[in-house]
Design a protein around this ligand. Structure first.
Ligand code: HPA
Length: 274
């Protein structure tokens, strides 16, 4: 198993070099424009990294990008793997393991979500303070990889307190309204029913989405510092009396892109200059 990870590390270092950034960012819907602002870019398609899952969408394989944002080196995942696409949780966790072996310490995840909290509006940015994932598989199921972490990892601070404070300060500095809430993972690909959304609200969730949590569990297993930012792209099922569509999610993400990218950039600057 470790050999697989090491092969991926080898493939990445061959193209990107030995010295890699301490921060990586996974770009979810609405955050992908971040790469347009990166300079000195080197790109590596996922298909050229041993062991990386192969994309289920032809032509949208995704790539790992090394570059700078305002002169700060960063690794960016352009395109991510979702459970609903048919990957196993372990496949989804594979790139996270590889980041750890490359020396990455700060794992920033971004995503699009549906707003459950009725104070939220489409286009809001929300810091993920905690998550709920009751069902489905776990990326840690099966024999524990002791070299990475313990059998029963603590998840009390799955989203790193210091990084959360840094993100709040960053938002304040650039005048972006940043809310804070609990993200519920649902495996999709169907959107939730109104009854499921009412249940999730009663359980304490502020937003819902189909990504992020498997990666965050794995990153915590390895002691990485995680920061999660969600762009609320629609109000969750049943809040408005209208059907949900993927197109509406994409459009809202694009609409919020400018502030999403500005926030992400300032956060990375602050993390590096702490
Ligand atoms: N539900 C689940 N995932 C989502 C949603 C939603 O309403 N919006 C964006 N991703």
């Amino acid at each position: 198993m470790l050999n697989n990870f090491n092969e991926a590390v080898y493939d990445i270092k061959k193209v990107f070099g030995e010295k890699l950034p301490k921060t990586c960012v996974v770009l979810g819907s609405g955050f992908s424009k971040f790469t347009e602002f990166m300079t000195e870019k080197k790109e590596l398609p996922y298909g050229e990294i041993s062991g990386f899952p192969l994309s289920t969408v032809p032509g949208h394989s995704g790539k790992l990008i090394l570059g700078c944002i305002n002169e700060i080196p960063v690794l960016a995942f352009s395109g991510r793997f979702h459970y609903y696409e048919g990957y196993t949780m372990k496949q989804i966790a594979f790139p996270v393991r590889v980041m750890k072996l490359l020396g990455v310490e700060n794992y920033i995840v971004t995503n699009a979500s549906g707003g459950i909290n009725e104070d939220y509006r489409a286009g809001d940015l929300v810091l993920i303070s905690d998550h709920i994932k009751f069902f489905d598989d776990s990326p840690l199921r099966g024999k524990n990889l002791d070299t990475f972490g313990v059998r029963f990892p603590d998840m009390t601070h799955a989203y790193h307190r210091e990084l959360i404070e840094t993100a709040k300060k960053a938002a304040g500095e650039i005048g972006v309204d940043l809310k804070e809430g609990v993200y519920a993972f649902m495996s999709g690909p169907s959107f939730e029913t109104p009854a499921e959304i009412r249940a999730l609200r009663a359980l304490g969730a502020d937003m819902v989405g189909m990504s992020t949590v498997p990666e965050v569990i794995c990153a915590n297993h390895m002691g990485m510092k995680v920061l999660g930012i969600s762009c609320v792209c629609n109000l969750a099922a049943g809040i408005l009396d209208q059907p949900l569509t993927h197109e509406e999610v994409i459009a809202a993400g694009e609409h919020a892109a400018e502030k999403s990218v500005a926030l992400l950039t300032r956060i990375i600057e602050k993390i590096e200059n702490r």
